[in-house]
Design a protein around this ligand. Structure first.
Ligand code: FE
Length: 210
């Protein structure tokens, strides 16, 4: 089994249910690393705390800035990690981040077919469905069908691109800015940017709330 790159394995889930083989193995490795002085329990705790503090609100800030600032959007599309760092967001856990833009002509949707690679630094932990075998296998074979199940029906002339994440490359989808948002502030716009729209299984919210 391909190991998830997350810190979730460090959460003491063994307190809640019977530990799986991999949970036990993770705990054994963690205990050994601490015992040998390579990491400390406090470092593990801080890393988990940092991960838990990250939410899709970070990514929403990035998208809203891209919507209002074309120069920033250009930088985001050419070097996403550097552009995100401009906003004071710590991107050090990220290897490579690639931003892609959804338009009237092309729609990107992100998956990790192998496991659950996800831009956690700016979106927090992935939803359960993102990690499911169902989504991972089917979105590649039938992206339009899967998007329809999410309630997103794309016109036949829209090109659909499925992006497969890896441990070394994560993707951020910049959803299209909804119509009727010309007079909204950057902060208000960020409120329209949902997690799912940044994965590409939904569009950004409309200002009316839909
Ligand atoms: Fe993965």
């Amino acid at each position: 089994m391909h190991k998830d790159h997350s810190l979730e394995a460090h959460v003491p889930v063994h307190d809640r249910h019977e530990s799986t083989y991999y949970e036990k193995r993770t705990y054994a490795i963690q205990a050994l690393l601490i015992e040998k002085g390579i990491i400390t329990a406090d470092e593990v705790r801080r890393a988990v705390e940092d991960m838990d503090s990250r939410t899709p609100a970070l990514g929403a800030r990035v998208v809203a800035r891209a919507w209002v600032d074309p120069a920033f959007k250009a930088r985001l599309l050419s070097d996403a990690k550097a552009a995100v760092a401009e906003l004071g967001i710590d991107v050090s856990p990220l290897s490579v981040l690639v931003a892609v833009e959804n338009t009237e002509k092309v729609h990107h949707v992100v998956v990790c077919t192998l496991c659950s690679c996800y831009p956690r630094s700016i979106l927090g932990l992935p939803p359960d469905w993102y990690k499911s075998l169902n989504y991972r296998s089917r979105v590649v074979a039938d992206p339009r069908g899967v998007l329809k199940e999410f309630g997103l029906e794309l016109d036949p002339d829209v090109e659909v691109r499925v992006l497969d994440s890896t441990a070394d490359m994560r993707y951020l989808v910049i959803p299209a800015r909804p119509p009727g948002t010309e007079n909204m502030s950057e902060e208000e716009l960020a409120g329209l940017v949902t997690r799912d729209s940044m994965i590409g299984v939904a569009k950004a919210r409309n200002p009316g709330g839909s």
